[in-house]
Design a protein around this ligand. Structure first.
Ligand SMILES: C[S@@+](CC[C@H](N)C(=O)[O-])C[C@H]1O[C@@H](n2cnc3c(N)ncnc32)[C@H](O)[C@@H]1O
Length: 338
């Protein structure tokens, strides 16, 4: 449980440490510091045309908190800093919701609306980059790809593919695999296309724009119909904000058109109300909060399982993403209608 006395330093620190982590991740500094490199930040700023004054303010702030240490004009990460900088994607995903937090007052006053294509929206490039990096760093994508390899699937479809990190990873591990992604966001689609081209995947990878809340628009596409396995990471809770009927409709349309194709659904589970004391660390209260604030509807694990079953799916397997003994917040259910 939280301490009885609020720690103002902790509260304010997060407000600055989160965007700083995200920036250091985006610029590539965080990975280099984690690898033990010493960076002359001012020289890099000059070379890359970055704002050296603001970078100095942030690096000095990280020195004050013991994350970085000075080495002459350069900076290296301390052991504590390496731990923190290694989780820069976790900072980036919060930072992606920065526009919503900056506009929280007009949004709560209902003077502005939040959502895809609305006045206030998250930064989708940062959100998908962070989500993809976390999927790899936390071993979640590897677990799902392991399952594909084991079951010899050859045509993978990913709903809400973001910047294509998962699909690129899957294709790189599995030379016979063709991959297709669908995503609502034009930015995500463009980034995924670039990623596939840079990785030289050629005809093995395709991506197109589509909204899962209107899945009949793309479920009959020949590339989609070729799939022999499908995945969806963290999207059902996004469409659930329109109401659970939207999720039910998607599952029904999927079952009608691709009923023979296994669907691996990865969700972030809302902890049970009476279990919160064991979920107060690892940023879980904050993850639940940003989903709630952005109208995404996280369900309890059992609620998801009941929903899948009520739409005619059976759970074939579970791939849990947590270590033994740690309460699971993320899990993959392999669904089938067979
Ligand atoms: C947190 S990212 C996850 C990306 C990727 N699945 C991953 O695990 O890294 C959420 C993605 O879902 C997409 N998305 C959200 N709502 C969607 C919808 N209704 N239809 C299709 N894509 C959607 C967003 O555009 C974004 O790319």
């Amino acid at each position: 449980m939280p301490d009885s006395k609020p720690d103002l330093r902790l509260v304010l620190h997060g407000a600055f440490a989160v965007p700083a982590l995200s920036l250091f991740g985006e610029l590539g500094f965080a990975d280099r510091w984690v690898r033990g490199e010493t960076l002359d930040v001012q020289a890099i700023a000059t070379e890359r045309g970055l704002d050296g004054h603001r970078l100095a303010a942030l690096t000095d702030y990280f020195v004050r908190y013991g994350y970085l240490e000075r080495k002459g004009a350069a900076y290296a990460a301390t052991p504590l800093g390496r731990e923190l900088l290694a989780v820069w994607p976790a900072g980036m995903i919060f930072h992606a919701y920065g526009p919503l937090l900056a506009d929280l007052i007009p949004v709560v006053r209902k003077e502005k609306q939040y959502g895809y294509g609305k006045e206030v929206t998250r930064d989708i490039a940062l959100d998908t980059k962070a989500s993809g990096r976390m999927g790899i760093a936390w071993g979640l994508f590897q677990r799902v790809v392991g399952y594909l390899v084991q079951h010899r699937h050859t045509h993978l479809l990913d709903f809400g593919c973001g910047d294509g990190t998962f699909l690129e990873y899957a294709a790189s591990q599995f030379p016979d695999l063709s991959v297709v992604g669908v995503d609502q966001s034009a930015t995500a689609v463009a980034n995924a296309r670039k990623r596939f081209a840079d990785a030289g995947l050629g005809g093995r990878a395709a991506v197109f724009q589509g909204d899962l809340a209107e899945a009949t628009a793309f479920l009959d596409d020949p590339k989609v119909r070729e799939a022999d396995v499908a995945t969806v990471f963290y999207i059902l809770h996004e469409i659930a904000h329109h109401g659970l009927d939207t999720v039910r409709t998607f599952l029904r349309q999927y079952r009608q058109r691709l009923g023979h194709v296994k669907l691996a659904v990865t969700e972030y589970y809302r902890p049970a109300d009476d279990a919160w004391p064991s979920y107060m660390d690892r940023g879980i209260p904050e993850v639940v909060l940003y989903h709630d604030l952005s109208n995404q509807r996280l369900l309890h694990r059992d609620e998801w399982l009941q929903l899948y079953e009520s739409e005619g799916f059976k759970v074939l397997d579970h791939l849990e993403a947590q270590q033994p003994g740690v309460p699971a917040t993320v899990g993959t259910a392999i669904l089938t209608t067979g």
